[in-house]
Design a protein around this ligand. Structure first.
Ligand SMILES: C[S@@+](CC[C@H](N)C(=O)[O-])C[C@H]1O[C@@H](n2cnc3c(N)ncnc32)[C@H](O)[C@@H]1O
Length: 371
């Protein structure tokens, strides 16, 4: 069966998790990519999907040529048995500082790939197979630190899948997030999401939730405002054999068609450097999450579900996010559940002036059902 578009490659895969791409498929996809004309690249601007929006063969975000190298690198890492669980930035910093204090030199070992692609440590060119370094170069994901090299991407494992995202430290404004919140978010969605329908992950980042839970929905839309996130989500969808539609969107503004389920793990901090994955706006970073609830309630019809994982600032014993949400949820056809999942996350943030009145940040889950 001849295929001409990387989107079609995924369309041909079974729903949900299918086997990762084979070498032949990768070679064919690379050939397709190289032969792509601007007309064959899907539109940058979100377009109205046909019918009810179930035309998920179209990928509404253009493929970046560097993506192929990341897919190939991901396949090589997976074949090597690579695994890495991403920790908080503060833990990451401490672990790397401990390694440096011990004077540990990176050496050829089963740990070398984890040092480079998990812990984002600088390395000597000869440490990795030469082809891996070539792939990093082709992906424009290699930088120099003096005589040493450093990967600008990290690879993390979650539920047997492999996901590429930004290297530590995630200082760039367009860094693509993946962290402990991603693991908690996916666990919450797994617990709460009803099966079937057309689901949208608002602020998909690396795309981990929609990809890890691909079989839960009939169709997944991965939406993000950050083009870099959509590029990496695209890589991750191919790498993990998931069928998705990628849409550049400010919350739900760019997502056309019927929606049954909305899930989101939005930015929830006040961030002075306004990093798009981190800065939620508002007094304590809650503004975007509140907007997602408002916009989703406008779009979801009868039987629709919204699942939000976020951080809530607790001030004087009161959950300020829940206080702001409550008026939005007082509608006769709206039922909601709200859970505190972790009473105390990112405690180090409380040292910053924006959090002077905050006693803790709680990780919370909100599920809304429209009756
Ligand atoms: C904390 S990250 C979560 C990423 C991913 N869902 C996960 O759990 O790993 C928040 C994501 O929201 C995206 N984002 C921020 N503002 C947005 C907006 N107005 N509309 C859509 N996405 C947005 C960011 O680019 C980022 O990818």
């Amino acid at each position: 069966m001849p295929r001409t578009d990387p989107g079609e490659l995924r369309t041909a895969r079974a729903q949900g998790h299918s086997p990762p791409p084979t070498q032949t498929e990768l070679q064919r996809e690379r050939a397709d990519w190289e032969g792509m004309t601007p007309n064959k690249v899907a539109a940058t601007e979100p377009q109205k999907p046909e019918g009810s929006g179930d035309d998920h063969s179209r990928i509404e975000h253009p493929a970046h040529p560097s993506s192929h190298a990341l897919i190939e690198l991901g396949c090589a890492l997976r074949d090597s048995g690579y695994n890495f669980v991403t920790v908080t930035p503060e833990t990451h910093r401490r672990v790397n500082a401990n390694a440096e204090r011990r004077g540990r030199r990176l050496a050829h070992s089963s740990q070398a790939a984890r040092d480079v692609f998990g812990w984002s440590r600088p390395f000597e060119a000869g440490l990795l197979p030469a082809h891996w370094v070539e792939l990093l170069t082709a992906a424009d994901a290699l930088e120099y630190e003096g005589d040493l090299l450093r990967s600008r991407v990290r690879f993390s494992t979650l539920d047997g899948g492999l996901y590429v995202h930004s290297a530590f430290p995630t200082a760039e404004a367009d860094a693509v997030f993946f962290g402990p919140d991603t693991y908690r978010f996916c666990a919450l969605v797994r617990r709460w999401m009803p099966p079937g329908g057309r689901a949208v992950d608002v602020g998909c980042g690396s795309g981990a939730a929609g990809i890890a839970l691909a079989s839960r929905a009939q169709a997944w839309v991965l939406a993000d405002i950050n083009p870099r996130a959509l590029e990496l989500a695209r890589v991750n969808a191919v790498l993990n054999g998931a069928l998705v539609e990628l849409v550049a969107s400010d919350v739900l503004d760019g997502v056309a068609g019927h929606i049954d389920v909305v899930i989101a793990n939005p930015p929830y901090m006040r961030d002075e450097s306004a990093r798009v994955y981190r800065d939620g706006g508002g007094t304590h970073g809650q503004a975007l999450a509140v907007r997602i609830v408002r916009d989703a309630l406008r779009r979801l019809g009868r039987g629709g579900t919204l699942i939000v994982y976020t951080g809530a600032a607790i001030v004087g014993g009161e959950d300020t996010f829940l206080r702001e949400l409550t008026p939005l949820l007082q509608l006769p056809n709206v039922h909601f559940a709200y859970e505190e999942l972790d009473p105390d996350v990112f405690g180090e943030e409380l040292e910053r002036p924006a959090y002077a009145d905050v006693e803790r940040i709680a990780a919370v889950g909100l599920r809304v059902e429209v009756g």
